[in-house]
Design a protein around this ligand. Structure first.
Ligand code: BJW
Length: 251
């Protein structure tokens, strides 16, 4: 998308300048400009016949562990080949101006940490880790096998990615931190998420109910189209650097 200027409301600029706590919920859209397809984009190539929602479930893994493992292997490999984009970097830069910035991400790609954000809550796990599907123990080193998935070195159960699939509980500590950051923030951003997946999607209501200023950044005007929110309709990788410049000139 060609770069264009976005109008940042002056009222929002002032609110951000005086904010002590910012909480930022991110979804797949923030990594789109790094080259990682969003979750609800149609899959390409070999995967075109699958719906991602049908692969990210314990039932899919039970039915066809090899298929699910290979989908995650390909995505894991993509993540190692891409870099954080200006959107991730702009969020990391906010930490220089605001005492507490918490990034609550649904993404499993680790790009916020690589961009320099220091307080990142991962709600749906991380694709770079694997765990035993029987015991849940995170396994640090594993070898790819000719008949994937590889086996747990301890109990010989199947290894699986350490991510949260549909129907599984989110990590308790991460959810607790996300709720605390959301309920106590001055400004809450919802960036690059369709807002269709719970409980992450409910955080925006918690923020609003707790009196935070809510800002939605998404090129899709229909995503999270709720009244009383600031909406910036466009790609996060273009809007966020402009927003940071508008609020903290010379950042
Ligand atoms: C850009 C852009 C650019 C593009 N810049 N933006 C309440 C009501 C109904 C159902 C439930 C409920 N509570 C729980 C459920 C069940 C279920 C659920 O939510 N189902 C819904 C589909 C209805 N939730 C769960 O099962 C969760 N567990 C749970 O709640 O446990 C208790 C429980 C269980 C069962 C029943 C009841 C309670 C677990 C959810 C786990 C989600 N896991 C996944 C996979 C992670 C691993 C992996 O990556 O493979 O997480 S699914 C997938 O969706 C992934 C994502 O993190 C998540 C959210 O997607 P996201 O990030 O919003 O991506 P997209 O693609 O949807 O949207 C991208 C957006 O970016 C779009 O809007 C674009 O426009 C935008 N965009 N370019 C900015 N450049």
């Amino acid at each position: 998308m060609p770069e264009r200027p976005y109008a940042i409301p002056q009222e929002l600029v002032e609110r951000l300048r005086t904010a002590n706590k910012i909480a930022i919920l991110t979804g797949a859209g923030i990594s789109a400009e790094s080259g990682i397809p969003t979750f609800r984009d149609a899959l390409a190539g070999l995967w075109a016949q699958y719906n991602p929602e049908d692969l990210a479930t314990p039932e899919a893994f039970e039915r066809n562990p090899r298929l699910v493992w290979e989908w995650y292997s390909e995505r894991r490999s993509l993540v190692t080949q891409v870099s954080p984009n200006p959107g991730h970097l702009a969020l990391a830069a906010m930490e220089r101006f605001v005492p507490t910035v918490t990034v609550i991400t649904q993404n499993v790609d680790g790009l916020h940490q690589r961009a320099g954000s220091t307080r990142v809550v991962e709600l749906h796990g991380n694709i770079s880790r694997v765990k035993c599907s029987q015991e849940g123990i995170v396994v640090e080193h594993w070898e790819e096998s000719s008949t994937p998935p590889p086996l747990c070195p301890f109990c010989h159960g199947l290894l699986r990615p350490d991510v949260v699939w549909f129907g599984e509980l989110l990590p308790e500590q991460a959810m607790r931190e996300a709720i605390k950051a959301t309920a106590t923030c001055d400004v809450f951003f919802s960036i690059g998420t369709s807002g269709q997946v719970y409980p992450a999607a409910s955080l925006v209501d918690l923020a609003r109910g707790s009196g935070a200023t809510v800002v939605v950044i998404n090129p899709d005007e229909k995503a999270q189209a709720l009244p009383s929110f600031y909406r910036l309709n466009g790609p996060a990788g273009q809007i966020l650097p402009q927003l940071v410049q508008a609020v903290w000139p010379g950042a």
